[in-house]
Design a protein around this ligand. Sequence first.
Ligand SMILES: *Cc1c(COP(=O)(O)O)cnc(C)c1O
Length: 738
Amino acid sequence: MTKSVGPVCNYAAMIVEEKIERGEELIKEGRQLPPTLRALARLMWNYWWSWSEDPSIFRDLDPGMWEECGHNPRQLLRQVSPFRLWQLATDPGYVARVQKLAESFDRYMSGAESGASRRLKKFGWEHPVAYFCAEYGLHDSLPIYSGGLGILAGDHLKSASDLGLPLIAVGLFYRYGYFRQRIRSDGWQEEYYGELRPDLLPFQPVLDETGAAVTIEVAIRGRLVRARVHRVMVGRVQLLLLDSNLEENDPTDRWITGHLYGGDRETRIVQEMLLGIGGVRLLRKLGIEPAVYHLNEGHSAFLTLELARELVAQGMSFAEAAARVRQMCVFTTHTPIAAGNDEFDPSLVERCFGEIYWRELGLTREEFLGLGRVHPEDTSAPFGMTPLAIKMSRAANGVSRKHGEVTRALWRELWPEKRIEEVPIGYVTNGVHAPTWVAPFIRSIYERRVGRRWTEAIRHPKRWARGVERIADEELWEAHLLLKERLIAFIRERLRRAWTERGEAPSRVELVHKLLDPRALTIGFARRVAGYKRWGLLLTDPERLLRLVSDAERPVQFVFAGKAHPQDLEAKLALQRVAQWQADSRVMFRAVFLEDYDQEIARQFVQGVDVWLNVPRPPLEASGTSGQKAAMNGALNLSVLDGWWIEGYDGTNGWAIGDPHVMQASAEDDLRHAEALYRLLETEVVPLYYERDSAGIPRRWAWMMKRAIATLAPRFNSDRMVSEYAEKIYAAARAPVA
Ligand SMILES: *Cc1c(COP(=O)(O)O)cnc(C)c1O
């Protein structure tokens, strides 16, 4: 069995692995799994189960306890009662499921079913892709992400694993994760943090050959900071998370990996130093020589300096070293918004790095600071992570066709001699991981109509479309209605808990059972509450909106979720406005705001709504991915033409708000877009949804659902995205010369 983990064996001691096989970890904790369930001890250490063909395997062990454990299988196996364990250990149906899944896992890990393209096979585990990101959204039990960037990184790892692309990922373990959100009864957002415990999560410490825990050191703010490393298995890919919470560190430094995006500028830069510099040192320590370093967003750009420092130490000049580093690094930028492009005050950079660092690079202070500037000689300019990343990478890309264009315009000054079309910034449009985001109920339709290996068919647009044509309107519509019922039950349950917790009167809590109507046209709107996402657009004309919502014959209902950054007061006000509008007695039965948006809420929403609404201010939505998740489940996108939707929309697979030729939207465009949105709802979306045949099926709607699935799923999935990175971006890399 240990051999099945083959490719990653080279990297970190696998001593723990065998203990896992025997369930020793649990034995130590005083638990022993019944022999018929022993395979669960192995499955729980690898997030693969969460996108396998049987993702409910742990939930069904004890659904109540599953909720209590925050969907964490390791904690579940520790806490589930022995009676419940033995009950299932003697339940032939459950035992068979466990056996089947364990076999499937072994096949998966051995790589027998990967179906990777020939181009991918060029990469070997001797020289993998090293993927760096400040946040990862893999599963609800590991909340170390804030939004789209993290979820995208999580999907990237899963697809790399599915495709058999040798990739190793590096990130930070935030002890308190990202903030959690509570909405007061007046609609104001409150924040709090939960603590994540490595000893309860499905993590293993990374150990060396002697069995000792691997640590790395980085000098930050004049002190040596040490970090330990947790290993998270994501199918065949491993994610290594650095954690500075060690007793031997200065108390301040233990907080470096405290919160994701929770601190001030100083916290941010020291986190980025640990990620970039510490990440490279970790790979060295494990003997990993990557063929290419992928900087997923600028947060990890300090890694390029560390690579250069190594080469300078071997005797190269900085210029020679930088040229070599450039051959190894590729950079993806994810937003044109200033706040998303990290910049630091030069004095802060100086204090955190210390003079010794630039001396070791063979640079003066100003030369060093100039690396982070568009115009190096402009000594008043801050140190930007994006200019650093662009200068030190051989390839840079945006995350949709439009975003590629926008990014070229934004950073063209870095190439003063080039015309804008010649600026060497390309694009790879984002995609989402189908097995993670497609509802099991829809998935079973794909298995029946497209084939058992639908996750491979989805990589081939024609084969996929032929399969989707075989889906009957009735089966798709019936499955969708059931999922909508599930969504409404989920929302009522969450609200019941939230309202009880905040002390609402029992009579009011009872009202949750009357909220929302499964027959009504249901529109989902869930995303971070950031200015450019225009949370207020829908409320531009409340009276007109109320007419749609309170229509007795053809009602429209809304489900909302999203967090505002704690320091963004304007966003918190926008959120409060929506929450207050929704709480109005004329609206409350047809609109709901669900607090604490996360991956679980996202999954329920995209799998259950009829329409996915998206109204960003162009050109600021670099890609957007939630609409892609919705489309894979047959929801129809009603979206401003920005980001991915410009490439996805074809006139038959959803609706477009606005004009694709408007490069930069103005304040009048806000009004124009609101008008277009209301008009589309009134004249197209609502009438089409309520147009039924004698069997009660909305034929034309179901046809559009199938168009969305057929045309969008094969293009906006992360297998296509990762293949494109591998073929167009990683492949040009050379393995480092020994
Ligand atoms: C997919 C997802 C996002 C990103 O969605 P956008 O369309 O880019 O706003 C953010 N948060 C969560 C929890 C998600 O699942």
